[in-house]
Design a protein around this ligand. Structure first.
Ligand SMILES: NC(=O)c1ccc[n+]([C@@H]2O[C@H](COP(=O)([O-])OP(=O)(O)OC[C@H]3O[C@@H](n4cnc5c(N)ncnc54)[C@H](OP(=O)(O)O)[C@@H]3O)[C@@H](O)[C@H]2O)c1
Length: 282
């Protein structure tokens, strides 16, 4: 039996991994969330991993509230940096692989071609900086690791798609940012990509996002079109939206390492969102 510890197992990505493996009798997912295992607690992590002796730890736990991280700096670093450090230490001590999930927000967003794994990071806010610190701890303390940077995730949980559909219930027009571009990525696609690496020795840092590029405003328009809503998208600037945390304007990742080292290809973002909405109740 292949045992996987999935931290943040009840989050969007954690659920997608569970869905992917639900019919696999040879794989056992040990899901944990903050109440079962607080990844910021080194001793608890060491004890848990030593008891479970997993094949791999998949770290889906994170402080993902980008604006809140600006006010909760210590908490952001505890969860996004110390947490993966603890998991890396425990993975190494117990001979387990570590798959850690990171983000496009480690980059500055001032490029005009998609970021590759070999490009220099330059986070703009606390969330991105704390996630970058987490990556560095994983590189330093784990032996056999995969770091996967993804972006604009949606799946089973709170996300942009559901927010747009909720707003469309009551609003004829929704203001959505048009000057940040990226690649909306389905957790189902990402879980398949993770599976393509997990059982290999193909270690390192990978960018993993759906193919194609759009702005948040384009994404919202596609969501309304697929949902058959006539809600209008008012294309606004990041300045007008005035979020607390600065976000990268150009947040496009090139899945270069996947292309160089695997046969895996991500679906186009438009195909992935269509499939997601076909299975969504709203
Ligand atoms: N969402 C995105 O758009 C996006 C984009 C790029 C990268 N990512 C990365 O992708 C990964 C998965 O994201 P997601 O959207 O699935 O996140 P999510 O839905 O917010 O799930 C994160 C999970 O981590 C748990 N958690 C928080 N603090 C914890 C702690 N101290 N110990 C253990 N568990 C803890 C949360 O529990 P509670 O809910 O109880 O706090 C939640 O279940 C994260 O690494 C994130 O940084 C996400």
């Amino acid at each position: 039996m292949i045992k996987l510890i999935i931290t943040g197992g009840n989050g969007q990505l954690g659920r997608a991994i569970n869905a992917l493996y639900k019919d696999r009798e040879d794989i056992c997912c040990v899901n944990t969330d903050v109440d079962d295992l607080d990844i910021t607690n080194l001793e608890a992590v060491q004890e848990f991993v030593a008891k479970e002796k997993p094949y791999a730890i998949i770290n889906c736990a994170a402080h993902t509230a980008v604006d809140a991280c600006e006010d909760q700096v210590d908490l952001a670093y505890k969860i996004n940096a110390i947490g993966p450090r603890n998991l890396a230490i425990a993975a190494k001590a117990n001979g387990a692989k570590l798959m850690h999930i990171s983000t496009d927000y480690v980059f500055a967003g001032d490029a005009d071609t998609p970021y590759r794994e070999f490009d220099e990071p330059g986070p703009q806010g606390v969330y991105g900086a704390s996630k970058l610190a987490g990556e560095r701890f994983v590189e330093k303390f784990a032996d056999r690791y995969f770091i996967i940077r993804t972006a604009w995730l949606y799946g089973d949980g709170k996300n942009f798609v559901k927010t747009m559909l909720r707003l469309a219930e009551t609003m004829p027009e929704v203001g959505v940012v048009m000057d940040q571009v990226g690649s909306p990525t389905s957790t189902t696609e990402l879980a398949k990509a993770m599976d393509a690496l997990l059982f290999t020795d193909n270690y390192g840092t990978f960018h993993g996002t759906c193919e194609g590029v759009c702005s948040w405003a384009d994404f919202a328009e596609e969501i309304f079109r697929l949902a058959g809503k006539d809600t209008k998208v008012k294309r606004i600037t990041s300045g007008e939206f005035a979020a607390k945390a600065k976000r990268p304007a150009y947040s496009v990742l090139d899945n270069y390492m996947f292309r160089l080292t695997t046969d895996f290809t991500f679906a186009d973002w438009k195909d992935a969102i269509r499939e997601y909405m076909e299975n969504l109740e709203y």
